[in-house]
Design a protein around this ligand. Structure first.
Ligand SMILES: O=C[C@H](O)COP(=O)(O)O
Length: 255
């Protein structure tokens, strides 16, 4: 059985003090049967790792890594190796805000996924369609293209530990989550794409839903057979709300 995973993407929020506070609260409230990872801004990775080192149960990751695997003259960039050197173990790649606001192509995301893996980080690959694609009925076509670009650069075996997060762009920060049925339909499609490459790996890959996940809707979303947890944005900045979401994931495994 796939262990549920709840990931908190803080985006560009926080401070050293908030990092210490949120990490301590998350560690204290973490259910044993759920994996939990926090993604603070990279500047605070070290702080998060230090606070969480005591328990060691909550993972830490970066929200993005450089496309460049080695060192070099890339002002402002942070490599996957640097993230790993700070003690973090995960990296989000291909978040829709990176794709849209920083013009990251599918190809770039494939290279970032590869850079994260090479540094020993577990990638959380984000895929998802825009509102325009959603209403035009192009959701599965977009997901297929985004996945294919990553699979072009990476072996299917990477998806034993890598995670895929389906985040419909129209649901992010909008308060309008996909319905559990909509999420399940896309997750089942993603799993079928992995199965086409390797039927032994597809049952192992964890698929997260992201987009306005809150304490009130988490249980219903996580109850879907192919939804293995959530990638939580806004609600991960509220310790109590995030703890409730983690607990909702834990209750699923007991059903
Ligand atoms: O990475 C997280 C997602 O963008 C979801 O954000 P949200 O929970 O604020 O909608």
């Amino acid at each position: 059985m796939r262990k549920k995973l709840v990931a908190g993407n803080w985006k560009m929020h926080g401070s050293q003090a908030l990092t210490r506070e949120l990490c301590a609260a998350t560690a204290a409230a973490k259910p044993q049967d759920v994996d939990v990872v926090v993604f603070p801004p990279s500047l605070y990775l070290r702080e998060a790792v230090q606070v969480l080192a005591a328990g060691g149960a909550v993972g830490v990751g970066a929200q993005d890594v450089s496309i460049h695997a080695g060192e070099g003259a890339y002002t402002g960039e942070i490599s996957a190796a640097m993230v790993a050197d700070c003690g973090a173990g995960w990296a989000i790649v291909g978040h829709s805000e990176r794709r849209a606001d920083f013009r990251e192509s599918d190809h770039d995301v494939g290279r970032k996924f590869s850079a994260a893996r090479q540094a020993g980080l577990k990638p959380v690959l984000c895929v998802g369609e825009t509102h325009a694609d959603h209403v035009a009925g192009r959701t599965l076509e977009v997901i297929e293209r985004q996945l294919a670009a990553v699979l072009d650069h990476n072996p299917i075996e990477a998806f034993v530990s890598a995670v895929i997060a389906y985040e419909p762009v129209w649901a992010i920060g909008s308060g309008l989550s996909a319905t559990p049925e909509q999420a399940q339909q896309v997750h089942a499609f993603i799993r079928s794409q992995i199965r086409k490459k390797d039927a032994n790996i597809s049952p192992l890959t964890r698929l997260l839903y992201g987009g306005s996940v809150k304490a009130v809707n988490a249980a219903e979303l996580f109850a879907q057979p192919d939804v293995d947890g959530g990638l939580v944005g806004g609600a991960s900045l509220n310790a109590e709300e995030f703890a409730s979401i983690c607990q909702a994931a834990g209750r699923q495994d007991k059903r």
